[in-house]
Ligand binder design. Structure first.
Ligand SMILES: [Zn+2]
Length: 137
């Protein structure tokens, strides 16, 4: 997703009748596209390719989103905005399939793959390398 498309998608998000009022206000005031929402808050992509984290029920917009969460937000958001995958780390020769999710990027237990839950070991990428390993807490 390039700069022009980020701007276009933020605008479309603000215009959409499906966007809740509080999220529309967030997108407008922060110039940001919400791409990941969970119980704790929302991660949004800003123009310039930076990220903000907004904890619910606060006025905080934290610009220091750690790289692991940036990847998780991009993987999650690419379900709705496929071109976000262009902002993900690139897999290189020598990078390995994630052994925990068998390369699926989704949580696996036994023979079942949970498509709605991202693998926490590879941030949903399905592969890993020394850089990604270094991001783990
Ligand atoms: Zn994995």
């Amino acid at each position: 997703m390039n700069e022009e498309e980020i701007i276009r998608q933020i605008d479309a998000y603000i215009q959409s009748a499906e966007t809740p009022d509080d999220m529309r206000a967030l997108a407008r005031s922060q110039n940001a596209l919400p791409i990941y929402l969970d119980m704790g808050g929302c991660i949004a992509l800003r123009t310039g390719g930076t990220f903000i984290f907004h904890p619910w029920d606060t006025q905080e917009f934290n610009r220091d989103v750690n790289p692991a969460w940036q990847i998780i937000a991009l993987v999650h958001g690419s379900g709705k905005y496929p071109s976000l995958t262009s902002l993900l780390p690139t897999r290189n020769a020598g990078d390995l399939d994630c052994q925990f999710c068998k390369g699926t990027g989704h949580f696996v237990m036994g023979s079942k793959t949970y498509d709605r839950i991202l693998c926490g070991k590879c941030f949903g990428l399905g592969w890993t390398n020394s850089y990604l390993e270094s991001l783990k807490p």
